[in-house]
Design a protein around this ligand. Structure first.
Ligand SMILES: C=C(O[C@@H]1C=C(C(=O)O)C=C[C@H]1O)C(=O)O
Length: 174
């Protein structure tokens, strides 16, 4: 007969090593709502190759400084960018189909990009900190566990969950 109080509670288990990486990827995706609102009804396209190049060059430079592999970090950020555009496209579709759901205020894109830069930098740091975890057999299960936790904690909807899954495949090194 199980004794009350001995069952392992979820919070009693070790925190997923990759939780910070997934949390920051999720925070970066949350900015896509603001980016989409900034671009909606303007000439600014969802795809901005010049800005993407800037982001990729910045993360590679930061990786180099941290002793991480710049090419690996670049590949991971190509996925962060694709995931961000997945959210923007999903929202544009939603607002086209349901104009009543479209945003009524327009954030300043350059201000939103400053916030993206801060999250990007924290994510590069977190990727550098978890370099070893990202190379073991446990990486994919740890990543999946962290993704479930973050989806729950951040109340992600279907679109943001799909985008988070799109953001993560290159995080593990195998
Ligand atoms: C987020 C933006 O939209 C897209 C996604 C980017 C990103 O994830 O960093 C960069 C440029 C755009 O292609 C943006 O324009 O800033």
């Amino acid at each position: 007969v199980p004794v009350s109080g001995t069952a392992a509670a979820p919070h009693a288990t070790a925190p997923a090593a990759l939780h910070p990486v997934v949390e920051l990827a999720s925070e970066r995706l949350a900015t896509a709502d603001l980016v989409a609102a900034a671009k909606w009804g303007t000439d600014s396209p969802i795809d901005d190759p010049a800005r993407e190049q800037q982001v990729l060059d910045n993360v590679a430079a930061q990786a180099q400084q941290l002793g991480a592999d710049p090419d690996e970090i670049r590949v991971i950020f190509r996925d962060q960018i694709e995931a961000n555009k997945t959210v923007q496209r999903g929202l544009f579709q939603r607002w086209t189909d349901h104009p009543d759901q479209a945003p009524t205020t327009k954030p300043d894109l350059s201000v939103v990009r400053q916030e993206i830069n801060r999250i990007t930098s924290a994510l590069v740091q977190s990727l550098a900190d978890t370099s070893e975890d990202r190379g073991t057999f446990a990486c994919r299960p740890e990543l999946a566990l962290a993704a479930f936790q973050v989806r729950y904690e951040n109340h992600l909807d279907g679109l943001h969950t799909r985008a988070l899954v799109r953001a993560l495949p290159s995080v593990c090194r195998d």
